[in-house]
Design a protein around this ligand. Sequence first.
Ligand SMILES: O=C(CO)[C@@H](O)[C@H](O)[C@H](O)[C@H](O)COP(=O)(O)O
Ligand SMILES: [Zn+2]
Length: 196
Amino acid sequence: MLERIKSNFTESIQTKIAASEALAVPIEQAGMVMVQALLNGKKILSCGNGGSAGDAQHFSSELLNRYETERPSLPAIALTTDSSTITSIANDYHYDEVFSKQVRALGNEGDVLLAISTSGNSKNVIKAIEAAVARDMPIIALTGRDGGDIAGLLGENDVEIRVPSPRTARIQEVHLLVIHCLCEIIDTTLFPQTED
Ligand SMILES: O=C(CO)[C@@H](O)[C@H](O)[C@H](O)[C@H](O)COP(=O)(O)O
Ligand SMILES: [Zn+2]
């Protein structure tokens, strides 16, 4: 068991090192898409399933409250939190629609969709992306493995951040680091700290 634990740490560290080489550029691009949207008075919607639902909420809470430094609240909505809305859409329509219906209701042109799926194949995340495309919203996709079906849906204004790993847990661990990088880009660009 101890060997298994150590090997999880080693694998996670190695995945993060590989990701730092592969993903620094798309993370910067994604951060700038978000910064531009926020400067334009737009908001960021986020979605995902399971651990990625947690990541979607983690991101929105850091915008709505704060990340590391004092700054004004920023507009973000996690589409994973309203159990009445999610259960009624799943019950009356289909679980595939739980995010897309919210994107159609809440998303406006220029808002950003942060779509999180380790496989890139979750149907409800794919439908959320399709709804965002129809609303002229740029998409930031956090994926893994081969990018799944999501990779083929993205356009030139969108950014895919694909973690180079086949394991869901390892991919999720890097997604959280990516989310913190995005928060730091947003904070340092919008609210640069002056040195005393
Ligand atoms: O956290 C984990 C596994 O580490 C699970 O809850 C995982 O997020 C769920 O199985 C998701 O449904 C997987 O969806 P996706 O990442 O393929 O879109
Ligand atoms: Zn997990």
